[in-house]
Design a binder for this molecule. Structure first.
Ligand code: AMP
Ligand code: GLY
Length: 423
């Protein structure tokens, strides 16, 4: 089979490595991929948002199955366009990808169908939002409606900060049109859990849970990033919490999307907070998380291609979705300066993969046969082991063997999870 994967980060590298385990896979194209992914797939210089070029390429190469991984092309309708040409795809159509593409949509969906989430108000005018803030509880959370490269959420710990956030989103258009509508919501507390789930719109099969580390520096300090590391499973996601989530969140979300005529098939990502009142949805994503995928897929025992195809053709109930009982840890190595300004072009030396370790390349280019950094997040260094402590130790041992002079990483990925396990 000829497979096409749209995207070019660490998440896509993890997906590609997993897809390659199926012996029916003859060739994988990554659009655009990156210099590190090139070791595992044929990279083609077509941008992930260039839908006409993606469709044209898929037709020309007679692609048998496509996986659209990033949010932008999904929201822009890449799956609709590929399906229209008869190419089966893993991923939601645009009318379902809106669950990530519009926070106003997802909040209204949760309210309408009684899915637990933070209380909120929607505003389309800055002055109304600002007068609401006069006696809103503080801290408060301000969210731009549309996609904003994961940066459209501001947690304001004073009223002044909240007002400034509203002005920068609605008046200064800090996130472009994404901020022309905003959500102001209640600040929730509790540990966060990411749950990715396969769904064909009828059944939903959660994958092993995970924990992201969003801040740039140790002890959750520094700026918000796309994610500096992950561990799986997440110790806060107990059997009991999982049951509540299935009953109150996962199944109702699938049913709600169907009731709205927006059947979701693909990977539905639940960003959850385990609050004192039970689990609540912080956000939905319409895709695999990054770097959650880099710990979840290495623990998957079932065949990824089989499961993805079952999601696409509505037969997920008939296939097995199984995960190992082990643990995984992924440490992101980023360019110094990320998520602010950073330099690219630093030489990378990678130890080889082995049975319990993988290096996923998130941002790199190949020049004269050499691998060079190209991006903020550069590598995802993953290890799997029987227990979390060992997985963390192995991941850091592997990090020490990476050559990346301009790189930095957090040294406490998984530390909070270990503390939770010891309680
Ligand atoms: P997002 O960009 O939607 O992933 O949000 C970024 C982060 O903001 C989340 O991972 C949470 O840590 C935090 N966050 C978002 N919404 C809330 C909320 N209502 N209460 C507390 N923290 C929140
Ligand atoms: N790691 C968070 C995300 O993929 O949105």
């Amino acid at each position: 089979m000829k497979i096409l994967v749209v995207g070019g980060g660490g998440r896509e590298h993890a997906i590609i490595k997993k897809l390659k385990e199926n012996e029916k896979v003859e060739q994988i194209f990554a659009l655009p991929g990156n210099g590190g992914i090139a070791a595992d797939a044929t990279c083609v210089a077509i941008g992930a948002k260039d839908i006409p070029a993606i469709v044209e390429f898929a037709k020309r190469e007679q692609i048998d199955f496509a996986v659209v991984a990033p949010d932008d092309p999904l929201v822009l309708g890449a799956v609709d366009a590929l399906n229209a040409e008869g190419i089966p795809c893993f991923g939601p159509r645009a009318n379902a990808a809106i669950i990530e593409g519009s926070k106003v949509f997802s909040k209204n969906l949760m309210k309408k169908y009684g899915i637990p989430t933070a209380r909120y108000e929607v505003f389309t005018e800055a002055e109304k939002a600002i007068s609401y803030l006069e006696d809103a509880p503080i801290p408060t959370v301000i969210k731009a409606d549309g996609l904003a490269l994961g940066k459209g959420v501001i947690i304001a710990s004073t009223r002044e900060e909240a007002v400034a956030a509203v002005r920068s989103m609605m008046e200064d258009k800090q996130f472009g049109e994404s901020g022309s509508r905003i959500v102001i919501e209640e600040f929730l507390t509790g540990p966060e859990v990411s749950v990715l789930a396969f769904t064909d719109g009828k059944v939903i099969r959660p994958m092993v849970s995970s924990m992201d580390h969003k801040r740039a520096l140790d002890h959750d300090e520094g700026l918000n990033t796309g994610g500096m590391g992950t561990v799986a499973p997440n110790p806060y996601y107990t059997e009991e919490v999982a049951q509540v989530c299935m009953e109150k969140i996962f199944l109702p979300t699938v049913a709600a999307m169907n009731a709205e005529g927006r059947t979701f098939s693909g990977c539905l990502y639940f960003g959850l907070m385990i609050t004192p009142d039970g689990p609540k949805v912080i956000e939905y994503n319409c895709r695999f998380g990054d770097p959650e995928t880099q710990v979840v897929l290495p623990l998957m025992e079932s065949d990824l291609l089989t499961v993805m195809m079952a999601c696409a053709n509505g037969t997920l109930a008939d296939v097995e979705v199984k995960f190992s009982t082990g643990s995984a840890c992924c440490v992101i190595m980023a360019s110094k300066g990320y998520p602010g300004k950073y330099e690219s072009g630093c030489p990378l030396e990678l130890p080889a993969d082995d049975a319990d370790g993988f290096i996923y390349v998130a941002g790199a280019k190949r020049e004269d046969g050499k691998l060079l950094s190209a991006g903020g997040r550069v590598l995802g260094v993953t290890a799997v082991a029987d227990d979390l402590g060992k997985a963390i130790q192995k991941a850091y041992e592997r990090v020490e063997r990476v050559g990346f002079a301009n790189g930095y990483f957090r040294s406490d990925i998984g530390a909070r999870a270990m503390l939770a396990l010891q309680k």
